[in-house]
Design a binder for this molecule. Sequence first.
Ligand code: ATP
Length: 351
Amino acid sequence: MAVSFKEVTKRFADGTVALDRLDLGFDLGEFIVLLGPSGSGKTTACRLLAGLEQPSSGRIEIEGRDVTNVPPRFRGIGMVFQNYALYSHKTVFENIAYPLRIRKVAAAEIERSVKDMAELLRIAHYLQRKPAQLSGGQAQRVAVARALVWQPAICLMDEPLSNLDALLRLHMRTELNRLHRKLDKTFVFVTHDQEEAMTLATRMAVLKEGRLVQFDEPKTIYRRPANRFVAEFMGRPAMNTIDGVVKGGIFKAGAVACAVDRPDGPVTLGIRPEQIEFMASNAPAAMTLTVDVKEAIEPDTLLIFQNAGGQAITLRTQTNCDAIEPGQPVSVSFPKQALHYFDAATGKRVE
Ligand code: ATP
C-alpha cells in the first residue's frame, strides 16, 4: 500500500471528533477522492496525511514506513489548497521553482523542471507574471505546478477547484485527469462535489461525520451504495428512497406499489430517477403517480411526483414530456432489476 491510515482518530482540544477510527489504504498511482458533506473530516484526513496535524490515536504509513511522527517536509507530499497560497511578490517562475530552490537543486535543472511543468499545465506564457496578473484558473495551475515540480510521490489537493467558475472547473477537471495519467503519481483530492469525485477518482472514500462509509470505485459506489446516506449523496438528482412495507412480494408506500424480492416487513426502497420507466396505464406493473413539478433541463426532463406521506419521487428522462403538465397522472413502473433495498431502521444496504 502506498498510503495507509490505520485506526486513525483525530479528537481536537475542544472534544470534537473529526475522524473516528479511519481505516483506509490505497496504492501508488491511484487518484483517491475524499468525498463527503461539510464537516465530515475530509480536510482533517488530508492534514493528517500531510503531517500538519497529529492523530490522537492510530498510525499513518507511507510506503510501509510509519510517518505518524515525521514532520511534513520529510513525507514526500506536494500540496495544493483551495486558496492557491502563491507568493504574491514572486513571479510565476519563482513560485513554481520554490520547492526546488529550498531543496538546493542546481539552477539549470530548476530551469528545465519549471519549464516542463509549465508546458504540461499550459502556463508557459505566464512565467514572468506575478500572481495578481493571473486569472483564477491560471493561478490554480501555478499552484498545481508548484506542488508537482519536485516530483513528490503523493500530491494532496484540498478542494482545489472550488474557487473557479463552473466552466473553468470542468476544464481543470479534465486537465487534472490528463496530468494524473501522464505523471503516474498518487493524487489525493478532497471535494464535496460528487460529480468531480466520480470523474476523477480511481477510488473514492465517502466520509460521514468522521467515519468512512464506503471506499470503492466510483461506479460501484453509484451502482451499489453501501447505505442510504451514500445512495442519497451520489447522483443528481439523488436516488429516490421510499419508506414502505412489503407484503406478499409487493412493496407499498402511498401510490407506489411494485413487485420486490424481499420478505414481508418494513424496508426502504431505492430507485434512481433515470431508472423509473413510463408505462401504458393498463400494463400490469404500472402505478399512477401525479406530477407535482416539471423541470426541463434540456435534454432531460425531471418530473417530481408528490407521494402520500410527503415523500417526493423524481423521474429523470430524455423522453419528450411537452404534453405532461403538473397535476396530471402519469403511469410509471419501477423495474425490479433497478431496485435497491435499505434496512428501514439502520439504512444499511440489504441484498
Ligand atoms: P468542509 O467540506 O466544510 O471543508 P471537511 O469534511 O473538510 O469539511 P473538516 O474540516 O475535516 O471537515 O472538519 C471535521 C470536523 O472537525 C468538523 O466538525 C470541524 O468543525 C471540526 N474541526 C476542524 N478543525 C478543528 C479544530 N482545529 N478544532 C476543533 N474542531 C475542528
